[in-house]
Design a protein around this ligand. Structure first.
Ligand code: NAI
Length: 466
């Protein structure tokens, strides 16, 4: 190895780690990023956000071609699925994206140390197959997360799969049972449902998307059910038997009661993720974890060991790529003496189903629990001309504003392309906008985002188009 001394050594090349490495290099640090996968980009680019979006986009097009074009006066005959072709599209998207990070590393002179890293002291990392490297300024733990296993269920990535296996099923299962009605379950359930699988979602709680606003959970479940998904709420899986014909799941009411058997060809386990800290040497160097196995950090991402920092899924907060990226940038800038910070109250959450879900800020349930008085403005996409023109009228925009100051406290969207619309709301909230500010902002016509303006007007009881 030519170089073994760096200013900053980042362990993990996912969205938190690679972004931190690039920003640190931009700021003049000599940076290495330790990544053991054959490609950079972590879970997100290799087996998460990016491949799932490639399949979501492709399966949306397939479904639209097969069933969704007649209403536009377009007749299509003989639409056929070419699953290997669809999976190849996904693989190419992944390759282009991960290759892009490799290019960015070269451009920014970040050294990629290929191998598993173990932290051996506050200033040294042992990289398998490479040797020991020194970090004179900081070691950054950005090792991400892994699938939370379900006791009694063994993931074989063939019949019982995690999100990784669900991205490369060799054929469309007749019956797909998804354990967990969260983001992964609904996104990947949507993919295979569109391609022809009968999808059953088993959720432990009494609602899907339990961290989202209650109205979004309820309404989105209704829409997904109309699309053909079956939901079994308040239920837990207690066992699985794998046979030639498929998998027999034992399912019980979450509150206790008689068990039933649900048969599946493929089972997707999507009950959450947990911080990944295995083999990192944290116990040897004495880095403290919290009671959920996450690396404990202070306000500036510092661990209890001087010189060692942590960001992303491996620390507290939502396990989202964009949250990790923001933390990576903020940490690099802090190491350079700047005063950057991350506004953890305004991390948007998006579910890329169709319609999509996007949210930022507080839910109604959270405001009620905190005893904060608020006013609600809602506007449905059925009353939006652009949504009608595109044949996508499911969903609504809901804005929650402080009853006294009118400051926007939370925004919840269900509808077409709302993943792209949430940015406006995050920005508005970053500037402490009131609903009046949004209502008085000129929105182009005809656009879906007029529904945002109308919802803001509705906070004051004066929407124009409903
Ligand atoms: P999740 O936390 O979104 O959902 C897990 C669901 O499983 C919850 O509804 C939970 O109540 C349920 N559950 C837990 N234990 C269960 C059990 N024993 N039986 C039945 N249901 C059970 O986790 P998910 O979907 O696995 O995603 C993991 C992480 O990845 C999340 O943090 C998520 O935010 C992130 N992610 C984000 C995406 C996005 O931003 N679009 C896409 C995919 C994942």
């Amino acid at each position: 190895m030519a170089e073994s001394t760096f200013d900053v050594v980042v362990v993990g090349g996912g969205p938190g780690g690679y972004v931190c490495a690039i920003r640190a290099a931009q700021l003049g640090f000599k940076v290495a990023c330790v990544e053991k996968r054959p490609a950079l980009g972590g879970t997100c680019l290799n087996v998460g956000c990016i491949p799932s979006k490639a399949l979501l986009a492709a399966s949306e097009k397939f479904e639209e071609a097969a069933h969704g074009l007649a209403k536009f006066g377009i007749k299509v005959g003989g639409v056929e699925l070419d699953l290997p072709g669809m999976l190849a599209h996904k693989d190419k998207v992944v390759k282009d994206n991960t290759g892009g990070i490799e290019f960015l590393f070269k451009k920014n002179k970040v050294t990629w140390l290929k191998g598993a890293g173990t932290i051996t002291s506050g200033t040294t990392v042992e990289v398998e197959g490479v040797g020991t490297v020194t970090a004179s300024k900081a070691i950054v733990i950005a090792t991400g997360s892994e699938v939370t296993p379900l006791p009694g269920i063994t993931i074989d990535e063939k019949k019982i799969v995690s999100s990784t296996g669900a991205l490369e099923l060799p054929e469309v299962p007749k019956r797909l049972v998804v354990i967990g009605g969260g983001v992964i379950g609904l996104e990947l359930g949507s993919v295979w449902g569109r391609l022809g699988a009968q999808v059953t979602v088993i959720e432990y709680l009494d609602r899907i998307l339990p961290t989202m606003d209650g109205e979004i959970s309820k309404q989105s479940q209704r829409i997904f059910a109309k699309q053909g998904m079956t939901f079994k709420l308040g239920a837990k899986v207690t066992g699985a038997t794998v046979g030639d014909a498929g998998v027999a799941l034992t399912v019980e009411p979450a509150a206790g009661g008689a068990a039933e058997t649900i048969e599946a060809d493929v089972v997707l386990v999507a009950i959450g993720r947990r911080a990944f800290t295995q083999g990192l040497g944290l116990d040897t160097v004495g880095v403290e974890l919290d009671n959920r196995g996450r690396v404990k950090i202070g306000k500036h991402f510092e661990t209890n060991v001087p010189g060692i920092y942590a960001i992303g899924d491996v620390v507290e907060g939502p396990m989202l790529a964009h949250k990790a990226e923001e933390e990576g940038v903020a940490l690099a800038e802090q190491l350079a003496g700047q005063k950057s910070h991350v506004n953890h109250d305004l991390v948007p959450g998006v579910v890329y189903t169709w319609p999509e879900v996007a949210a930022v800020g507080k839910t109604e349930e959270e405001l009620k629990a905190a005893g904060i008085a608020y006013r609600t403005g809602k506007f449905p996409f059925t009353a939006n001309g652009r949504a009608r023109a595109g044949g996508n009228t499911d969903g609504f925009v809901k804005i929650l504003a402080d009853a006294t100051t009118d400051t926007v406290l939370g925004v919840h969207l269900l509808g077409p392309n709302v993943s792209e619309m949430i940015g406006e709301l995050v920005l508005a909230m970053e500037f402490s906008a009131s609903s009046e500010d949004i209502a008085r902002t000129c929105h182009a016509h005809p656009t879906l985002s007029e529904a945002v303006k109308e919802a803001a007007l509705a906070v004051d009881g004066r929407p124009l188009h409903i």
